[in-house]
Write a protein that binds this ligand. Structure first.
Ligand code: AMP
Length: 283
């Protein structure tokens, strides 16, 4: 595997390649990331991964400084997956000047759910992803459904800018007890780690309530959401949101769309101690 930090050198290595398949990450790689590398391999060649902890998407009180950086380990994992190039730019490589041009996603997608609790997050994400696309110029790029809203926002960005890249979704990889793998799981104490699978369990309960109890109106959905939040809170979590939304645009469903069988997704973010976890479940 070639490890490249310089944009020009990356371009030199990829010259003439028009089927490259790209997986952007922030490193501290786990099976979830590696499953995306395998998916990428099915959709293009060569596979290019990136590792870059993107300051632009972290809020002032978030974990940019403490975000786990495990480059040596990550390199070994990517080598085992047969990744062809690891693009691992420094901040100076990717942002040689202050990044003043930014991509601002539309309010109705970028400022809801995660965007409401992490102002500027998706602006930072879109900006770095567009820039990484410009560096790698992939034919396809793979993003995990674990970050459901991010996947949707990147898809829309690619569509609205007519970017010549297909966005491929990867399923969420979980631990045996149901906890979605995440680099931030490493922040959990052993007690918190034992509690953490409850987040997915609550989503399954919500799905059960929506499906089996036949909640067909917005009032019933909002009661289910509130009940789920208070259940989490009673167990010691600090939920930011548990929201039942339309898969198509993440907007709250209307009574008409519920009756029309609109596909739904439940999204959640909640803090357990100091660690903020997110998860989702399609209905
Ligand atoms: P990150 O390093 O957290 O920025 O994530 C890089 C990519 O891996 C994103 O597309 C994530 O959605 C994806 N990802 C993170 N966790 C998982 C997981 N448990 N299963 C599948 N994909 C994941």
């Amino acid at each position: 595997m070639k490890i490249i930090s310089d944009i020009q050198e990356l371009r030199d290595h990829l010259r003439g390649q028009n089927r490259a398949s790209f997986v952007p990450t922030m490193g501290n790689l786990h099976e979830g990331h590696l499953s995306l590398m395998r998916l990428a391999r099915q959709h293009g060649d060569p596979v290019v991964a990136s590792i870059f902890v993107n300051r632009l998407q972290f809020g002032p009180n978030e974990d940019f400084d403490s975000y786990p950086r495990t480059m040596q380990d990550d390199i070994e994992k990517l080598e085992r997956e047969g990744v062809y190039i690891l693009f691992a730019p420094t901040e100076r490589d990717l942002y040689p000047q202050p990044q003043e041009y930014r991509v601002d996603p539309p309010h109705q997608l970028g400022d809801i759910l995660e965007g409401e609790f992490r102002p500027g997050f998706f602006k930072g994400v879109c900006t770095v992803v567009l820039k990484l696309f410009s560096c790698v110029q992939p034919k396809v790029a793979v993003f995990g459904k674990k970050d459901y809203q991010q996947l949707m926002i990147i898809r829309q960005m690619a569509k609205q800018f007519a970017l010549p890249v297909d966005i491929i979704p990867g399923e969420t990889i979980r631990a045996e007890d149901g906890l979605a793998l995440s680099s931030r799981n490493g922040y959990l104490s052993s007690q918190e780690r034992a509690e953490a699978p409850e987040l997915q369990k609550i989503l399954q309960q919500v799905r059960h309530q929506v499906l089996d109890l036949g909640a067909r109106n917005t009032q019933a959905l909002s009661e289910i959401e509130k009940l789920a939040e208070s259940t989490l809170a009673k167990r010691g979590w600090e939920p930011d949101y548990i929201a039942i939304r339309q898969q198509s645009d993440l907007a709250p469903p209307s009574n008409e769309s519920l009756q029309g069988g609109e596909p739904l997704v439940i999204l959640t973010a909640a803090k357990l101690g100091k660690t903020r976890l997110i998860d989702n479940l399609e209905i």
